[in-house]
Design a protein around this ligand. Structure first.
Ligand code: CAO
Length: 444
């Protein structure tokens, strides 16, 4: 037997990373490819797989440490002369990982040395993660959970459904302590009382054999549909929603928009009401910074964002995606209109990268081109608010003397009532209505 020191492998460009999880306990037996620990950079989490079969002597780092390429991280006791068979096995499985990682649009140069899980916090959270996630994931929904292999193993041992466990780690990552706390709460009957449990105790919808009523077909959900389903349920259960409604008089805005048609044709840009909505939201977000926050998982603090990125829900044949328009408050209407069209096209062609869908502060969901009088959108947590926009219609509006035909745009603002109160929402909505009703204010 010999002692082998394992070092931090090539990190695909990241200079230093944090150790966020030690996957084994001292003395544990480890197989080739088993995760030794999990590292986290600004953009990704990485499982560091064991290159050998053996036993963990000790870790040379602790959770929370910062490490760089080549730093020693663990000592393994291994056979002095590992068989060629084992080495081949490792090489083969690393090759397989490269393919998996490439499929998941993760930087290919980083894949041979560490399993990389790109981060995402919005509707897209698992689009990038599942194909390179832990081999221990044992169910389809488990693929989309932000947790490392050791946590998944612990959850499996304890029979815990990770979709019900709120994560307290960075960006909601589920930690071992979260699983243990969940079990403790469940055993003491306190899971529901704590207000944090999102799944336990909810009666299941009965499974029905529909074929008894007629011909049926069972169709697999797309990846995006599965991610959307999980995120919608998570957000619906976690966020105490309130939805506030108003109508904006966009008569002038729409005639100005139409007057831009010829210039738009020259520029190759079509200006729809969505460009004005993005601009109005970005302006209101800057003036109402309370909406540009996110609650921290510990419930003790919030993050105040100084940047202003607006997510835009796009309806695609594969499902709903939310690309992000960056720094929207500093953009003009032409620029925003171009960005809206470009992102919508990329979304429909399935060409959005995970990074195109990250970093949103607030979401716009416009069903204006489709129809409807109104709807109550679900907050895209950890954002605090979402504006649902329905179809503008000519309506008779009382001007103090007569009814006038005006083009009215129905708006619905859903917000997270944990951080936003009705007064905040009223001011935010009133400003959006004012900006859309008199777009000269957008220039101020
Ligand atoms: N009222 C009336 N007409 C509207 C409108 C509104 N609120 N919003 C857009 N329109 C019009 C546009 O002006 C355009 O008509 P013209 O070319 O004659 O001017 C037409 O509708 C088509 O718009 P579009 O859909 O091509 O482009 P858009 O910029 O309005 O919207 C996008 C882009 C990506 C937001 C939209 O295509 C989309 O995917 N919406 C769906 C979002 C969604 O699914 N939300 C639900 C999420 S929660 O389940």
């Amino acid at each position: 037997m010999a002692i082998e020191t394992i070092v931090v492998p090539d990190l695909g460009g990241a200079e230093s990373v944090d150790v966020i999880e030690l996957s084994l306990a001292q003395g544990d037996t480890v197989g080739v490819e088993d995760s030794l620990l999990v590292l986290e950079s600004d953009k990704a989490t990485m499982d560091v797989p064991s290159p050998h079969e053996g036993q963990l002597v000790k870790y040379l780092v602790a959770e929370g440490d910062t490490v760089k390429v080549g730093d020693p991280i663990a000592e393994l006791e291994i056979q002095a002369d590992p068989s060629q068979e084992v080495a081949n096995e490792a090489a083969e499985s690393l090759d397989a990982e490269v393919e998996d990682a490439a499929e998941a649009t993760v930087a290919p140069e980083a894949a041979p040395v560490a399993k990389i899980e790109e981060k995402a916090t919005e509707f897209d959270v698992a689009i990038s993660s599942s194909a390179v996630d832990s081999p221990l994931a044992d169910s389809e929904s488990a693929d989309d959970i932000y947790a490392g292999p050791a946590v998944r193993m612990l959850a499996r041992e304890l029979g815990v459904d990770l979709t019900s466990v709120p994560g307290s780690g960075p960006r909601g990552r589920i930690l071992k302590d979260d699983v243990n706390d969940y079990v403790k709460r469940a055993l003491s009957g306190g899971a529901a009382e704590s207000g944090q449990d999102t799944g336990a105790g909810i009666p299941e919808i009965p499974q029905i054999d529909f074929s008894q009523f007629g011909e049926i077909e069972k169709v697999k959900l797309t990846k995006i549909q599965k991610v959307t389903a999980n995120n919608m349920q998570r957000n619906w259960l976690n966020v105490p929603h309130v939805t506030q409604f108003d109508d904006a008089d966009i008569t002038e805005m729409d005639s100005f928009r139409k007057s831009l048609k010829a210039e738009g044709e020259m520029r190759g840009v079509r200006v729809t009401p969505v460009a004005f909505l993005v601009k109005a939201i970005a302006t209101a977000l800057e003036d109402n910074p309370g909406f540009n926050r996110s609650l921290v998982g510990d419930g003790e603090s919030y993050i105040q964002k100084q940047y202003c990125n607006i997510g835009m829900a796009v309806d695609t044949p594969r499902g709903l995606v939310v690309p992000v328009i960056r720094n929207a408050s500093s953009m003009g209407i032409w620029e925003i209109a171009g960005e809206v069209a470009q992102l919508a096209e990329k979304a429909r062609e399935g060409k959005l990268k995970p990074s195109d869908m990250q970093g949103g502060c607030f979401t716009l969901s416009s069903l204006g081109a489709i129809g409807g009088n109104g709807f109550t959108p679900i907050v895209n947590a950890p954002e605090l608010g979402i504006l649902g926009v329905s179809k503008a219609q000519m309506k008779p509006v009382w001007n103090g003397h007569d009814f006038e035909p005006r083009l009215m745009l129905p708006l619905a603002l859903s917000y997270d009532h944990r951080l936003i109160n009705g007064g905040d929402a009223g001011r935010f909505m009133t400003q959006i209505v004012k900006l859309l009703s008199d777009i000269r204010h957008l220039a101020l």
